[in-house]
Design a protein around this ligand. Structure first.
Ligand code: RIB
Length: 305
């Protein structure tokens, strides 16, 4: 079985329920505060593990991060490559969630940006050709890790989230599989419509595959040989935090395990559909079994699962 090394952030999510997001100049009292495990890296590692992959998390936490490591372990993620730093706190996110389940997120990177290249070198010794590395944009030394992985002939999956002006300086030509939403697609291509983003991505990176998630309009997988669209499954939304991470982890786990593309998209879509009906990011991610059972309840696709 191919291994996945997820080089990713680990956060403490402070989630505040609000009736509307705080406006400039406004001070407001929230309705509820909950503390969850989060970080795009942690969420994606858990989704990968629950989706059926062998996943090793390369990450950093501070002295306050033990519960996050425990959570990763409980969900089946290998945590041997997580470093506990004494001087820097664990990264955190201040998240407002409104009544419609939408969120806005303010990040403090903390230990997530304390990586040094020799930490990456040491971990990479345990991976070889055909293994995958997954990266998001919440850690430092991304370019170094991408180059190092490619020199070992590993496959690279990249979710440039949250998008910033620096993502275009990365060696993106090394990436085998992109996971992007429209905001990230616009940052990478300067285009705004889904079709233009996909055309431009494949024009720039003709050997890559692209998964473009479109919120309520579903998702599209495209590479030189395939173009597959997957609609969403309708559900009642409680909290969308980590929905994209759930999709990424479930898609990648099944893709690596040789599952047909359309099925990878259905599994990933159903996983995030279930995930948004629950509060929090990582704790809300379903198991593969739950996902398959929910797909079985949909008559048109039930016979496959
Ligand atoms: O994608 C959701 C995640 O983004 C949250 O868990 C938060 O920690 C931020 O990293």
């Amino acid at each position: 079985m191919m291994k996945v090394l997820n080089f990713g952030s680990i956060n403490i999510d402070k989630t505040y329920l609000v009736d509307h997001f705080v406006q400039p100049g406004e001070a407001k009292t929230s309705l509820k505060l909950q503390t969850f495990s989060g970080g795009k890296g942690l969420n994606q590692s858990i989704a990968l593990a629950l989706g059926g992959a062998e996943v090793h998390h390369l990450g950093c936490v501070g002295a306050d991060g033990d519960f996050l490591i425990e959570m990763l372990e409980e969900k089946g993620v290998n945590t041997d490559y997580i470093t506990k730093l004494s001087e820097i706190p664990t990264g955190h996110a201040i998240i407002q969630v409104d009544g419609a389940g939408q969120n806005c997120i303010l990040l403090f990177a903390g230990a997530n940006r304390a990586f040094e290249t020799d930490m990456i070198d040491k971990v990479m010794e345990n991976f070889s050709a055909g293994d995958w590395i997954l990266l998001q944009n919440e850690t430092n030394e991304l370019a170094y890790a991408m180059n190092c992985a490619k020199s070992k002939k590993m496959k690279i999956a990249f979710n440039p989230s949250p998008a910033d002006e620096k993502i275009n300086d990365l060696p993106l030509n090394l990436v085998d599989l992109f996971f992007i939403n429209e905001t990230e697609g616009a940052a990478l291509t300067g285009k705004s419509s889904a079709e233009d983003i996909l055309d431009s991505m494949l024009g720039k990176f003709p050997n890559a595959s692209v998964v473009l998630t479109l919120g309520k309009r579903g998702s599209i997988f495209r590479n030189a040989n395939n173009n597959i669209a997957q609609p969403i499954f309708v559900t009642e939304v409680k909290d969308t935090t980590g929905a994209g991470d759930t999709y990424t982890g479930f898609f990648l786990a099944n893709y690596i395990n040789g599952v047909a593309l359309r099925d990878c998209m259905q599994l990933a879509t159903m996983a995030s559909t279930i995930q948004v009906t629950r509060e929090g990011a990582a704790t809300a991610i379903p198991t593969l079994d739950e996902v398959k059972k929910s797909l079985m309840a949909i008559p048109i696709i039930s016979e496959k699962y």
